[in-house]
Unconditional design. Structure first.
Length: 149
């Protein structure tokens, strides 16, 4: 167990939350992008992306006993990937749009701005909590160095 493990755990949380904010910002930027990818010879709208994080497997008691035995606090959080939301696209009647179908409907991305703002606020709060934990660890280490004087 290293004296810097707390800082490493907070840093991994900072990295993961920053990625969540970046993905939410990307989703908001593409809320009206009707040409997100070229598939099977035609354009399809942008698909909402989501960040998946790795959870610690098993029951809490089992993980706690294992960590006590190893005397290691853990490795922090890991991003397992960025996945696309499989929900259907929104349809909007707009016959003058160049991407409208024969009935005049345009497929728009499955991005809900309200969801993205909530995700961004959640990631921001988590980021702030990790900064606070990082600063608390730094403060404890500084006090430990002062004791050694």
């Amino acid at each position: 167990m290293s004296v810097f493990d707390g800082m490493h755990i907070s840093a991994s949380g900072l990295t993961a939350q920053r990625l969540r904010m970046d993905v939410a910002a990307s989703n908001l930027a593409n809320v009206d992008s009707t040409r997100g990818a070229f598939e099977n010879g035609e354009w399809v709208p942008y698909r909402r992306k989501m960040v998946t994080l790795r959870a610690t497997p098993g029951r809490f008691q089992h993980v706690l006993q294992q960590e006590i035995a190893n005397a290691s606090p853990g490795n922090g959080v890991k991003v397992t990937g960025i996945v696309e939301d499989p929900s259907p696209f929104r349809l909007k009647f707009q016959p003058e749009h160049p991407d409208s179908d024969e009935n005049g409907y345009v497929q728009l991305p499955n991005v809900d701005p309200l969801k993205e703002i909530v995700d961004m606020i959640s990631a921001t709060r988590s980021y702030e909590a990790n900064v606070t934990a990082f600063n608390a660890t730094k403060g404890m280490l500084m006090k430990a160095l002062e004791i050694g004087k």
